[in-house]
Design a protein around this ligand. Sequence first.
Ligand SMILES: [Zn+2]
Length: 339
Amino acid sequence: MEISPPANGNCVAKRKRGRPPCTAESFWGRVDRTAEDDCWVWRGWRSPTGYGYLKWGNKQQRAHRIAWSLTNGPIPDGMLVCHHCDTPSCCNPKHLFIGSAADNNADKARKGRALSGNRHPSRTTPERHARGERSGASRLTEPQVIDVLRKAALGHSHRSIAQELGVSTPTISSIVAGKAWRHVSRRAVTPSFSFITNRLAVGDVNSRAVPGWAGIVSILASAHGDEQLGVPATEAGVPVLAVDIRDGHPGLDSQIDKICWFVSNRIMDGCVLIHCVTGLSRSVAACAAYLCRYAGMSLNQALGLIARRRPGTIPWDGYKVEITTWLRLDELATKGPRS
Ligand SMILES: [Zn+2]
């Protein structure tokens, strides 16, 4: 097959067999040009950071840079093509602007995505980033740092944490202030729980590290395993009932009796925590079931109380159905069949 050199002269004239030369036309053919103002996503190869790449001329180039230059002409030396839309693979020229590295960083900071989240290179290419214990300068390990953050969140003094670990107090302070070990998520260690009654609280997975519970109902599906969150499976000395509840099987209904029995026993000794990962759905449903059974509330009353004490809860509808069914069966079992 004879391949004619591209009219725009952007590509090398001779190519290896099988690869058509890239032209402006074939470039745009690989861009998902939807509505005029939407993101036009590159359909070719993408890097782990989400940028589209293609061979253009004799070089691997970022697709959005080609899109900009096909529209506006050559990119000035040393300048970056940045995204208004924050979508690395977007090639819509309307979403692109030219800027210096400083502009780009300012834009990132303004959009609140500087050095953050799953798009940070430390997440996308962790092997290239020596951080924390792998930096070679650190005396702490990542689990220890998580423990430091958790203890600080619970009000332990920086000095006492430092003494425990044999490091200096400023080391702990800089971790807590987020100056060191910034890649360890802070959100993952700050407990969030709410008391629904005087002795019964609903919370997230970090709440169980709060000292003083008389008992803990721990609802963690294996998909959100403890290892991932860096939380120990049991808390020293505190009875923990571990329950696996998922949307479907095993469902909540098969576990309600066990949970109610455990809570009603432990609550005589003090405060009981029911926690799941976020403290918003599964633990809420379990708490509501308990309140229906032992406080004589209707399901709506129970969920209403929980929503007032812990705003933002969103119990899954499937759990409500399961609780309603369970309550009906429970009532039947108590009253017995009518004679
Ligand atoms: Zn876009």
